[in-house]
Design a protein around this ligand. Structure first.
Ligand SMILES: Cc1cc2nc3c(=O)[nH]c(=O)nc-3n(C[C@H](O)[C@H](O)[C@H](O)COP(=O)(O)O)c2cc1C
Length: 313
């Protein structure tokens, strides 16, 4: 089976892309994951200047969920550019999605301008990080005007297709999706972590994370994430990168049927190790072959023919 798929005119060798924030710091790590079967690489979120994360402990993982408050530590765009350059030079056929973050809308513009000359295949705009609220206030993704303003500003300074990464922590994700698409978003990534979540150490009665609360990801959020992707796909006509608790090939197919063209592999790296891309892809191919599906594009949005997004509890 030909596993390749088109996303915004870019050919991905398979639909499984590394989620932002996982193992995504250096060109050599990205290259290693590409060799191990990643269909695309999303970098961790890059700030304009050096940004300190939160104090340890920053992450708690168990078999049901992951709760993190890493606080998006990063050395800033100048350092990251060296790694992008190095990765793109290798030209290994696995596209690079540069994920950017900013405290102010102007920061997104400055980072995009700095990234433009390197010509990564796509730019993912993280307007949805729940972990930096103390410093920067509510994420831009929680308000239609704010989300649209950042989208428009980034779009106005680049020819590289931009994908806006949305937050599930909103009342109506369809309205936010429509606002960013009207403002020029070429695609949407959904979703960032749920939250805030709280994990308590019952022996001390204290929160486990130093930040006290964190964003929740992993298998426990999967049905919620699938519904968000489904709702977005019903509301806008741009391609989607779907993610949230994907662990198996069946999970990835589910996201595609809900409307995702590409599917993020994040927490699966914790549960299945670096081989996650290959294992999940093999499971997808096996399912497709058994079901008579000839290409992944056939299953994108398939469930929309039998269900509409008005289904509520
Ligand atoms: C430790 C950790 C760090 C993350 N860092 C980022 C980040 O820098 N930028 C971003 O857009 N999303 C970040 N995310 C969110 C993931 O990219 C993804 O949207 C989310 O975790 C859902 O996928 P999953 O359940 O497979 O992990 C992070 C998630 C975790 C657990």
């Amino acid at each position: 089976m030909d596993t390749s798929i088109d996303f915004l005119g870019v050919t991905f060798p398979n639909p499984l892309v590394l989620c932002s924030g996982y193992l995504g710091i250096t060109a050599s790590t990205w290259d290693n994951l590409a060799r191990k079967g990643a269909g695309g690489i999303t970098t961790k979120s890059i700030w304009l200047n050096e940004h300190k994360g939160h104090n340890n402990p920053v992450i708690l993982a168990n078999e049901d969920f992951i709760c993190n408050a890493v606080g998006v530590p990063d050395a800033g765009i100048e350092k990251a550019k060296e790694e992008f350059k190095e990765y793109l030079k290798r030209n290994n056929g696995v596209p690079l999605i540069v994920n950017i973050i900013g405290g102010k809308a102007d920061d997104f513009v400055a980072i995009t301008e700095a990234v433009n000359e390197l010509k990564p295949q796509l730019i993912e705009v993280n307007i949805s990080c729940p972990n930096v609220e103390d410093e920067h206030g509510k994420p831009f993704a929680t308000s239609c005007p704010d989300a649209a303003r950042v989208t428009k500003m980034v779009k106005s300074v680049t020819d590289i297709p931009i994908i806006i990464k949305l937050s599930p922590n909103v009342e109506n994700i369809q309205e936010i999706a429509q606002a960013v698409v009207e403002a020029g978003a070429d695609g949407i990534t959904a979703i960032n972590t749920y939250g805030p979540g709280l994990v308590i150490d019952i022996d001390s009665a204290q929160p486990i994370l130093a930040n006290k609360v964190g964003g929740v990801s992993g298998p426990g959020i999967k049905p919620l994430a699938v519904k968000k992707v489904f709702d977005i796909a019903a509301a806008v006509d741009v391609p989607i990168i779907g993610m949230g608790g994907v662990k198996t090939g069946r999970d990835a197919i589910e996201f595609m049927m809900a409307g995702a063209t590409l599917v993020g592999i994040g927490s699966a790296l914790y549960y299945r190790g670096e081989a996650a891309f290959k294992i999940v892809l093999d499971e997808m191919v096996e399912w497709c072959e058994a079901s008579g599906v000839k290409s992944f594009s056939e299953i994108v949005k398939k469930t929309h023919s039998v269900l509409d997004s008005s289904s509520s509890l």
